[in-house]
Design a protein around this ligand. Structure first.
Ligand code: PGA
Length: 257
């Protein structure tokens, strides 16, 4: 049994209108296991965040899918950490591979965003993961290690212990092709080793690390059975309340003391 509280995070990406988002919240917010057992988080599009926060109930947390690294200023179309925090959002996704690929996010900007998220007491969920080409070249471990090292530059041990990290191999995202439990376990073990070297064994042991990439009802139990995997960041399958609840229950069963 794990000492680390599991996290089930739904990344809705650019899906669901306001009615659909609220409907989802109403159908799950009384049903998810309590906060003491599982952190259940919904990452939704920015315009519905406030509505979701108001109705999140006692068991859910709401997160943004992105934020800007600066506090305020002439950045048309961007979202500030200050405003997210001000409207009661508690989590923020940082460095999702779709943001890295389509919106030019780099390890350096990911690092600045992490610092900014902590400044505004948002709980960051940092995403890392390799492309198929990198995996085929046998460079997964060194690539992910370097992403982690650069993302965490200048963060204190206390901050990193608060962080949630998701290992999401890009080739497994939205493709239906999940990493095997062994591949996920090996990458996550590598991240813990990096944390141990950068900080210490306690940080490596206490930081929650999730797997993401085509997680669904059919494979979540096997992933959660692995001691080092603390939960999942789920895209497509998280848009159905039934699936989301199943995954939260699975995390409760697999990880509760
Ligand atoms: P997926 O997405 O579950 O649809 O593969 C995961 C993610 O992008 O976080």
């Amino acid at each position: 049994m794990s000492r680390r509280k599991p996290v089930i995070a739904a990344n809705w990406k650019m899906h669901k209108n306001r009615d659909e988002a609220l409907q989802f919240i109403y159908s799950v917010n009384m049903e998810v296991p309590g906060r003491e057992y599982v952190d259940a988080v919904i990452f939704a599009q920015a315009p519905v965040l406030r509505d979701l926060v108001k109705r999140q109930g006692d068991h859910l947390d709401i997160g943004a899918q992105n934020m800007h690294e600066k506090t305020e200023g002439a950045f048309t179309g961007e979202i500030s950490a200050a405003l997210l925090s001000n409207i009661g959002v508690s989590y923020v996704l940082i460095g999702h591979s779709e943001r890295r690929e389509h919106f030019n996010e780099t390890d350096a900007s990911v690092n600045r965003k992490l610092h900014q998220a902590f400044r505004y007491e948002l709980q960051p969920l940092l995403c890392v993961g390799e492309s198929l080409k990198t995996r085929q070249a046998g460079k997964t471990q060194s690539f992910v290690r370097s992403q982690v090292e650069r993302a965490l530059e200048g963060l204190s041990k206390e901050q990193v212990a608060e962080l949630v990290i998701a290992y999401e191999p890009i080739w497994a995202i939205g493709t239906g092709e999940t990493a095997t439990v062994e591949q996920a376990e090996a990458a996550i073990r590598g991240i813990r080793e990096t944390l141990a070297e950068l900080y210490d064994a306690a940080v490596a042991d206490n930081t929650r690390i999730l797997y993401g990439g085509s997680v669904k009802k059919e494979n979540i139990d096997d992933l959660l059975a692995e001691e080092t995997i603390d939960g999942a960041l789920v895209g497509g399958a998280s848009r159905s309340p039934d699936n989301f609840l199943y995954m939260c229950e699975a995390a409760y069963k697999a990880k509760s003391p």
